[in-house]
Design a protein around this ligand. Structure first.
Ligand SMILES: Cc1cc2nc3c(=O)[nH]c(=O)nc-3n(C[C@H](O)[C@H](O)[C@H](O)COP(=O)(O)O)c2cc1C
Length: 314
């Protein structure tokens, strides 16, 4: 059993976090299943108001007695009220999308709620630690959804040189060998989004599921033009036609919105008009296990990999 500062901090069986998945981990059943499998399930509070979040917190607690998280994005118009609800309800963890998380950190201080924001650069990792985050999720550019510009293999060591709080590493992580590599780099936990999205319990439309299963590691594209922030998507023919070749703003986000059509790809399966966020790790996925099977097999295999590789020294 792999025990780290993250299992200690979160009280989870495994040092594994299901990164918030807009559209997908908006299902309380999905989140609770992740928690019951021993990882930290995270509700994506993308489209909910404060009352909706409160209701979902109660529904998650009806389905699991394990710790869970709520992820907030500042694009949500009820952002401040949702943070208040999370703290009032003693939600175990508030996660925060790649944007300035200081409000969640301040409000969580002195409460039972842990503030664990996501960052995609060294600069933002240092800032989150200075603001008082309890740990940080650090994801490299391979990650699905909003993402930075530096690859995981460089970003994690670069962040670890600068911060002391536990680092939960993500971005392209799909296999046990990759999970083991994150621990070798010095991470205390691992964040996976795309791998959790590709499970039996995921509410993805069959069209999206098929396109994702067919995709290789070259079939994603990160652009600021789809949502206004640098975000990685499945590069379907329609997506390529619309976004590939537009000028990069080099990290300067010009606006932030949720295009109303984005959900049509993932949930409604309209791949002509809708987009599906995914990471480069999609090219390594060719099965659809249950969440429980996936979590158990990844964590058991990670232990084996770590033991096996230690023999290199002997
Ligand atoms: C479909 C999808 C939706 C996502 N939605 C969110 C979100 O609402 N909030 C957030 O902080 N991160 C979001 N992310 C990022 C994930 O939480 C996670 O950090 C990322 O998927 C990790 O990289 P990986 O996909 O390579 O495993 C999303 C990712 C995907 C693939």
């Amino acid at each position: 059993m792999i025990k780290t500062k993250v299992t200690e901090l979160l009280g989870t069986k495994y040092p594994l976090i299901q990164g918030a998945l807009g559209e997908v981990s908006e299902s309380v059943e999905f989140v609770a299943t992740v928690c019951n499998a021993g990882a930290l399930g995270v509700l994506a509070a993308v489209h909910l108001g404060a009352d909706g979040v409160k209701e979902d917190i109660h529904r998650i607690r009806d389905l699991t007695d394990k710790p869970f998280g709520v992820n907030i994005l500042p694009v949500n118009p009820y952002y401040d009220k949702i943070i208040d609800v999370c703290v009032e309800e003693n939600v175990p963890v508030i996660c925060h999308g790649r944007y300035n998380p200081v409000k969640t950190i301040i409000k969580a201080k002195g409460s039972k709620t842990l503030a664990i924001p996501s960052v995609g650069s060294v600069k933002h990792a240092i800032q989150a630690e200075q603001d008082g985050a309890d740990a940080i999720i650090v994801t490299g550019t391979e990650a699905g959804g909003h993402t930075g510009y530096v690859g995981t293999i460089v970003l994690i060591p670069a962040v670890l040189r600068k911060v002391k709080i536990p680092v939960i590493a993500g971005g392209g992580i799909v296999t046990p060998e990759q999970v083991a590599a994150m621990f070798v780099l010095g991470a205390e936990g691992v964040d996976m989004g795309t791998r959790f999205m590709m499970t039996k319990e995921s509410p993805l439309h069959p069209n999206a599921l098929k396109a994702l299963l067919d995709a290789t590691e070259e079939d994603t594209y990160a652009t600021v033009h789809a949502s206004g922030r640098h975000q990685r998507w499945l590069a379907t023919p329609a997506f390529r036609k619309r976004f590939v070749g537009l000028p990069d703003t080099k990290g300067k986000d010009h606006y932030w919105s949720f295009p109303p059509f984005a959900g049509k790809g993932a949930i409604e399966g309209d791949l002509e008009k809708g987009w599906v966020a995914t990471g480069q790790g999609i090219g390594l996925i060719n099965d659809i296990p249950s969440i429980k099977e996936m979590v158990e097999s990844i964590m058991t295999e990670t232990e084996k990999v770590l033991r096996e590789k230690a023999k290199l020294v002997a």
